[in-house]
Design a protein. Structure first.
Length: 201
């Protein structure tokens, strides 16, 4: 089974960037395993493209950003080519930890993974866009997760204080850890890669 050229080009750029910026050894192991599993393409979902209002307001500006770092600029460029095929969705479950403006101030797109452009269950690779001054709710999930941040913004995991990875920042969330993110005066834009059921040692 052949993979869509635009998707393969994005995946190639994504893993160059994750490899360059992911420093945590657990994150690097997770990304390597995801890369191995992506060698076997899965069926593509067609005609799913959907943009949410927050995308119309902020996404084009985010995608016009030049970071000055070749691998990140290539990733943004490849994502911009792929984005018109993606289905952006709201998070349907949230609680009091979310900001009041959260429902209309965020969008998530699964690129490869459950319900994604390439629908599969063995990995998740997706992206989040948030409008300025919005807070994502506290949440957790079983898969381990590695973030690659392409904007300003703050994150929190476990009992940590809020921290700012910066453009090109990467960090690792162990399975089940509570985490959240919030934007400041500018939109937040970040990729995430999750690996379910990796054996623990």
């Amino acid at each position: 089974m052949a993979r869509l050229d635009a998707l393969q080009a994005f995946l190639d750029a994504a893993f160059v960037a994750f490899d360059q910026f992911a420093q945590d050894s657990r994150a690097r192991q997770s990304i390597m395993k995801i890369c191995e599993q992506l060698e076997a393409p899965q069926p593509l979902r067609s005609d799913i493209a959907k943009r949410l209002p927050v995308c119309g307001r902020y996404l084009d500006g985010v995608l016009a950003t030049k970071t000055g770092r070749p691998s990140l600029d290539a990733l943004i460029e490849r994502f911009a080519s792929l984005e018109p095929m993606l289905e952006w969705k709201w998070r349907s479950v949230y609680d009091h930890t979310a900001s009041e403006n959260f429902p209309m101030s965020h969008a998530n797109a699964m690129i490869v993974g459950p319900g994604g452009l390439e629908d599969r269950r063995d990995l998740w690779l997706g992206v989040t866009l948030m409008a300025p001054n919005a807070r994502y709710p506290d949440h957790d999930h079983a898969p381990e997760e590695t973030y690659l941040v392409l904007s300003e913004g703050e994150f929190q995991h476990g009992d940590s204080e809020w921290f700012s990875p910066g453009i090109g920042g990467s960090f690792y969330n162990p399975p089940g850890i509570k985490h959240a993110m919030r934007s400041g005066e500018k939109p937040l834009f970040a990729f995430w890669a999750l690996l379910p059921d990796r054996p623990r040692h």
